[in-house]
Design a protein around this ligand. Structure first.
Ligand SMILES: *Cc1c(COP(=O)(O)O)cnc(C)c1O
Length: 403
């Protein structure tokens, strides 16, 4: 007997999932308002964030050693948010609450995605937006978004940590500027809704075993928010066992793995290039509380994971996001004693979209010889342009095959 199956459900179909009514993406505040500390009179300031896909990744799963595979791997693709990263979940909350309190201007330090989100939501609210960015440390796509939305940008010499210290000094003296870094508690409240979605989405496809969630960690705010979300659901009886949380840092910016701050954090994954994480203690507590771990991956491992994701699953995530997948691959290789593979389904959170940082992807492709990607053809497009007839002849003569 066979009925309609959900494309994301592993194994033989258990029970048909009926298609629900088509609802517009109404944003996380409308969807989870009962779980969020939003002032009752506040009108949500939303771009339709949240409701991001949980994508089953079977081809990626097959890359893991046969005897060290979890039952399933999923990608929570936060790049599908309106400005292309999970920061939108926090920003809809921060700006909704700020507007309800009569604020007129926001400010933040950022490695880029917070800036892009703040600029977009501030534009929608008609508020001024000040962004303090580490000079040379922000991907072009993110700066482009912020500039397009009319934010005012102050580049600072130094790292994200220096930028944040400067901003904290400013808001201490000018309280009318609302800080929208993850220090702002409304931000984490919004970000915890991603944990609700993971639970709801896994439950919808019949997976109620204990899951494991892999997240890239910079400031530690997001992993703290997931922990808050899972704990809130568990307290309300919506979840049996809180998923294990795995925090993945880049080797050159891994203060939580090393156990001390890093003065000059270095990694090509700019979104997690942070040496003094504001939520370091809370991130470690989240990992400890759930029986997960923190681990570090090299830039090479990050780029390899980014390529695998795109080539095997068609999902283009920015380098920092690929760190979550690199962490899973590393754990599955079992390089170090005591590295158990999680027993339940694994969710890798892809925090931001690959289009944010196309330069890094192109550089990586070039470094690997552009193999299979026809990068050279693209770059020499004009010089090597063919007549349409020659293109037809070439394609007719080229056999197709699986990859
Ligand atoms: C902000 C960000 C992170 C890190 O989140 P933290 O809350 O700082 O730990 C990871 N990936 C992307 C794409 C981000 O924008």
């Amino acid at each position: 007997m066979s009925g309609p199956t959900h494309p994301n459900r592993p194994g033989p179909p258990r029970q048909a999932v009926e298609p629900g009514p088509v609802l517009p993406r109404q944003g996380i505040i409308a969807r989870y308002r009962d779980w969020l500390p939003v002032p009752p009179e506040a009108e949500p300031l939303t771009l339709g964030e949240g409701d991001t896909p949980l994508i089953r990744a079977d081809r990626l799963l097959e890359e893991l050693p046969r005897d060290r595979r979890p039952p399933a791997v999923f990608l929570k693709f936060e790049g599908a948010n309106p400005t292309g990263s999970f920061k939108d979940r926090g920003m809809t909350m921060a700006l909704t609450c700020a507007r309800a309190r009569g604020a007129q201007a926001v400010i933040c330090a950022s490695t880029g995605n917070t800036a892009a989100a703040a600029a977009a939501y501030a534009a929608r609210a008609g508020m001024d937006c000040w962004l303090v960015l580490p000079a040379g440390g922000v991907a072009a796509g993110k700066v482009g978004q912020a500039v397009a939305c009319g934010a005012r940008i102050l580049p600072v010499r130094g790292s994200f940590d220096d930028a944040l210290a400067a901003v904290r000094q400013v808001v201490a003296e000018r309280p009318e500027l609302v800080l929208v870094n993850s220090l702002n508690p409304d931000r984490l409240e919004g970000q915890k809704t991603a944990a609700f979605e993971v639970v709801d989405q896994l439950a919808a496809i019949g997976l109620d075993e204990r899951a494991a969630v892999f997240l890239p960690v910079g400031n530690g705010g997001n992993i703290t928010a997931y922990h808050m979300g899972f704990r809130a659901y568990a307290a309300a009886g919506r979840l049996g066992r809180v998923p294990r949380l795995y925090g993945v840092q880049a080797e050159g910016a891994a203060p939580l793995v090393r156990g001390r701050p890093v003065d000059r954090p270095q990694t090509l994954a700019s979104a997690i290039r942070i040496g003094r994480p504001v939520y370091g203690e809370k991130a470690l507590a989240a990992v400890r509380d759930t029986g997960g771990r923190v681990l570090a991956v090299s830039d090479e491992e990050i780029l390899a994971a980014q390529r695998l994701l795109a080539r095997l699953e068609g999902v283009f995530a920015e380098p920092a996001s690929a760190a979550s997948v690199a962490g899973l691959l590393k754990l599955a290789r079992g390089d170090e004693p005591g590295w158990e593979v999680p027993e339940g389904p694994v969710v890798c959170v892809l925090t931001g979209h690959g289009l944010k940082d196309v330069d890094t992807a192109l550089r990586a492709a070039r470094a690997s010889g552009g193999e299979g990607g026809d990068l050279e053809a693209l770059e020499a497009l004009e010089a090597r342009a063919l007549d349409p007839e020659a293109v037809v002849q070439h394609l007719l003569a080229t056999p197709a095959g699986g990859r």
